[in-house]
Write a protein that binds this ligand. Sequence first.
Ligand code: C2E
Ligand code: MG
Ligand code: MG
Length: 718
Amino acid sequence: MHPSEANALLPLALVVDDDATIRMIATQTLKQHGFRILEASDGEQALAIVERNQPDLILLDVIMPGINGYETCRRLRELDAGRHVPVLMLTGLDDLESINHAYEAGATDFAAKPINWAVLGHRVRYMLRAAEAFKGLVESQALLSSTQRIARLGSWSWEVVTERGQWSEEAFRILGYDPGSVPASVQNYLARVHPEESGQAREAIRELLSGKQMVEITHRITVPGGEERHVKLHGEVRCDDQGRPMHAYGTIQDVTESKQVEERIRHLAYFDGLTELPNRHFFIENVAKSLHHAKRHGRVLGVLSMDLDQFKRINDTLGHTIGDKLLQAVAGRLRDGIRAQDTLALTDGDAPLGLARLGGDEFCILLTEISQFHDAARVARRILESLAEPFKLDDNELFVTTSIGISLFPSDGDTPEALIKNADAAMYYAKSQGRNNYQFYGKTMNSRALEKLAMESQLRKAIERSEFELHFQPKLDLRSGRISGAEALIRWRHPELGMVPPIDFIPLAEESGLIVPIGEWVLRAACDQNKRWQARGLPPIHVAVNISSPHFRHSGLLPMVARTLHETGLRPDCVEVEVTESMLMDDMETTLATLHKLKDMGLRLAIDDFGTGYSSLSYLKRFPLDALKVDRSFVKDTPGAADDAAITSAIIAMAHSLKLEVVAEGVETEAQLDFLKARGCEYVQGYLISRPLAAEDFITLLTNEGERPVAKPLRASR
Ligand code: C2E
Ligand code: MG
Ligand code: MG
């Protein structure tokens, strides 16, 4: 280190005296004790030097021209640079009065003249050390105070015997007091505690002061202006030899922010983001809690499960934004309705615990304050009523109904899962009863409704899992004796149940809307298959596909058909669409329009199961049909039963008068075949010709066709 740099590290002393001799001796003495020196001959000069040079120590004479030493000291203490600097006052007199004067003016110590210079040097060094220690203390206190502020952490202590307390600045601030503005007392602390939690806070203090080693509580406080904060109070106690508590101390921390984060996380985990209602998770917990209570007190509980009718249709046709808005609006109505109910008492803040959205358009309500099933029925009725008013969303006026299922504790289950499952089953039952109604869970409906429930969810997955296949039943042209077409019939290869016939799942698919994707799959698979047969050089045939009523009325049908034809590249006249007679009869105008559009695309149209729907001839004339399929029930007892034979003959004749080709279904015997042939029926389909065949077997049939005598039975595939 350079000598001048080392020099700069020496402490700096300022000697203030009007007597040049004294200044000289003092300078000499202090230099020997390792000080650097500055000199001033009066008070004003001294103050200027202090501001500029910030000395570490000042020797100050009392009697000087201009302002005296006392005044200089007083003014010095007002300067930033002079506030804490140690000042040794050199008094001329050692009477008590001037000593008092010196301390009052802010002197650190005094020395009476004449000065004992040898002693003064040591004294000054000691003063400097003490000042440094003091400075360190001030600094660490400032540091502590800022870290406390940053951590929103205050400290406190309490002397048991004297009942004196101390709070750090931050402790004051957390409690909403200006630091030092009130005594650090238990009363002033309790004055801030939220009324609902003051009992808990009092108890914690009592425990601590009765010698409990440690307490920690979190509670709310209210500060002036009404703001609410969450604080965590931690306390420990020190006892004397006899175990009597002497001194309690601890911290108080403002944990409002982390509480808020915690709240937010809890909210995300327990509430549904769209409707702000409790979610499934929360609902199950609430049911569990209420069940616990109900079991102990012998109370009745009710769970209502509801599902909006046809919500999927709204979502599909008007889009998800409207769908979401509708769900929010429904949630709002349910919430308002439930608030007005006396059957629900529990609430958690603003959210009624009883109402939850379990997913999609599925809502659940927990009834805790009911005494009998009538009460649950009353709530269900009110819900149905509350939804009866249309919902106005943007420019749409939407009518919504819901189906409600109710399960009760103790009769229908004693776990949340069982109650929800059974309420669901009842809800499905309500749907099957024509929607817009409520049903109680009953043991008898259990198996059927649950089976259906399970089936529906499996059906949903069946497409992705490629569990469907098509079988093809040949259609024989009686005029040429050749196979001219095939009807595509769906089969479900269920992983556990094996091959499920369409009659067991098509109605469910229709009811649940799943018929739309299933129907689309059928059409595509049928077109694909036909195209592949043609590609193998087999004689062209047309393939008939059954379209269900809900699918036929679905707005996406026509574009779907066009897309499928385009993508598979199959000629439209190789596809025949089969619709049932009853479908033509309801909503005739729309049906007519759709059929015309299909016809315009070039598809063949056939009316299926004819004879069962009592349609009048005059109606039939209006539809652009190609063929009519006589229902199996008439063919079955032909020609034996005279009336069936007569009806079959009449249908064939009538069809011909309308220029429709006739297909007879369910032909099983030679006698039937002969009868139909004699009546001029063009096509037959039935076990006599062939059962429905897997695609590969159907190829074998087509390929071997030339080797088979016309209209002789083919081997059965199943
Ligand atoms: P459908 O359209 O009238 O089909 C004819 C049904 O009669 C088929 O039953 C067929 O196997 C059966 N069948 C044919 N010949 C005879 C016979 O000689 N004797 C007897 N007893 N039955 C015969 P399947 O395949 O069980 O289909 C039943 C119904 O399910 C169909 O009646 C149709 O309404 C519906 N279906 C089948 N596949 C589909 C499909 O892909 N989509 C739709 N929407 N419905 C389908
Ligand atoms: Mg059919
Ligand atoms: Mg049929």
